[in-house]
Design a protein around this ligand. Structure first.
Ligand SMILES: [Ca+2]
Length: 121
């Protein structure tokens, strides 16, 4: 009985880690204004942007700025304002909440351009 309980709890745990959560956006897309990347545009995204602007926290990998810069000129208080306007159902001129495809880096080099590093003897 104890072994069965262990097996069942392992299966439940494995299922929780393997199944994707439905709320989060895929890795190649995000919602414009969803600065924390949890798949929902809400007031927490505004707070996160305000914390980055005030340098209370830092956007070390640029992901907060990428998702939260709805006006397209860097992360500013205007982005927080536009998300608040979206949440209040004002006119949404910056398409806050729209699904955006993350641009993939292109690998564009040929063997002729590639130089081997100099390795001293
Ligand atoms: Ca969010």
């Amino acid at each position: 009985m104890k072994k069965l309980l262990i097996v069942v709890s392992c299966l439940i745990t494995a299922t929780l880690f393997v199944l994707p959560s439905g709320a989060a956006a895929s890795n190649s897309k995000y919602l414009k204004g969803d600065s924390d990347g949890n798949g929902i545009v809400d007031i927490k995204d505004v707070t996160l942007i305000q914390r980055v602007i005030s340098e209370y926290i830092f956007d070390t990998d640029g992901s907060i700025t990428m998702r939260g810069d709805v006006t397209g000129n860097g992360l500013t208080v205007d982005d927080a304002t536009e998300i608040q306007r979206y949440l209040s159902e004002f006119e949404n001129i910056y398409n806050v909440g729209a699904e955006i495809e993350i641009p993939q880096p292109s690998i564009d080099f040929t063997l002729d351009e590639y130089e081997l590093p100099f390795i001293p003897n």
